[in-house]
Design a binder for this molecule. Structure first.
Ligand SMILES: CC/C=C\CC/C=C/CC(=O)SCCNC(=O)CCNC(=O)[C@H](O)C(C)(C)COP(=O)(O)OP(=O)(O)OC[C@H]1O[C@@H](n2cnc3c(N)ncnc32)[C@H](O)[C@@H]1OP(=O)(O)O
Length: 275
């Protein structure tokens, strides 16, 4: 549905390119230089290894396409992204789990450091890894009022890695992030706007896309070099920690995920989702 809207919209401009893969669709408006990346992995856009690899590879492709900006959104009704695929955490194969974690680290680095500005159009619920994807963009427009967003990892009995946490601190500040992370709080659109987790709240997705384009148009008169250097300086400390500690970060996640207590919590959480 959303894909059709974007295509109709971009169709009114001179030229667009469209690439369709099963779980991810991308369009590039050649006149505006704006790409739209639409997640479409029913039922909830959960991030498994294959989906993460597609997102990472599409971000690399956009880098080569030299786009001017990107909108990240979802084609699903009511869901932006439900975060990492929790079924991958239940009785995991350590090798596959390591691959998922490494691919998520790399996908995040690619998204957090894009050389073009990015907007998350959050048109549905966005827990955990979904919230991280949104927070990694330069700007967030959330459709309201009925959706929720936040880093809820503690509710699953797991720990959000330091780079998730630092990313949240960068968006909402130390104190609010600490309360938010420890309690695993999910915020409604209005609450998210109030604490600065999102930049704008709008009633529908058409408005959200327009707001996203308006934000990206701010960069028409900004030097891409000045933009990228400024963003790198702001984001460098969070990024550098992960680059220097990738293996340590991975070992912690895999070790903790394999522990009986965490496995029990994840099992209970999965059961509660089924209910
Ligand atoms: C390198 C670092 C790596 C790891 C470090 C650890 C960090 C982890 C970060 C994460 O992202 S953990 C994932 C946390 N995600 C969640 O807690 C989301 C849980 N889901 C929900 O809250 C809800 O499902 C929803 C609000 C997203 C959607 O609600 P609703 O529309 O009512 O749909 P259902 O709840 O009926 O779900 C439909 C279907 O999808 C399954 N599902 C939901 N979320 C996930 C998920 N994240 N992974 C896998 N599967 C998920 C759910 O169980 C339902 O399945 P059925 O078989 O019952 O249809």
């Amino acid at each position: 549905m959303l894909r059709r809207y974007i295509l109709n919209k971009t169709n009114t401009f001179i030229n667009y390119r469209y690439a369709s893969q099963s779980m991810l669709q991308s369009t590039i408006d050649d006149k505006l230089g704006i790409a739209t990346l639409v997640m479409n992995k029913p039922p909830v856009n959960s991030l498994n290894l294959e989906f993460l690899e597609e997102i990472k590879s599409q971000l690399t492709q956009f880098k080569n396409d030299k786009i001017r900006g990107m909108i990240l959104t979802s084609d699903l009704q009511k869901i932006f992204c439900a975060g990492l695929d929790i079924t991958e955490f239940s009785n995991p194969n350590p090798e596959r789990l390591s691959k998922i974690c490494t691919t998520f680290q790399d996908t995040w680095l690619a998204l957090y450091l894009t050389q073009f500005p990015t907007v998350a159009v959050i048109n549905g619920h966005s827990p955990a890894g979904g919230c991280l994807l949104a927070m990694s963009c330069d700007y967030r427009v959330m459709v309201g009022p009925n959706y929720t967003i936040g880093l809820n990892e503690t509710k699953l009995g797991i720990v959000a890695p330091k780079w998730f946490q630092d990313c949240m601190v960068a968006v909402i500040g130390q104190r609010k992030a600490e309360v938010s992370l420890t309690t695993g709080k999910m915020y409604t659109t209005d609450q998210a706007l109030q604490i600065g987790l999102v930049d704008e709240s709008v009633p529908d997705v058409d408005n959200a896309i327009n707001k996203g384009i308006q934000f990206l148009n701010n960069f028409q008169k900004i030097s891409p070099w000045a933009y990228k250097m400024t963003k790198d300086i702001r984001r460098q400390p969070t990024v550098q920690w992960l680059i220097d500690n990738k293996q340590k970060d991975l070992d912690f996640v895999v070790k903790s995920m394999m522990s009986p207590n965490v496995q029990k919590s994840i099992g209970l959480y999965l059961q509660s989702l089924k209910k």
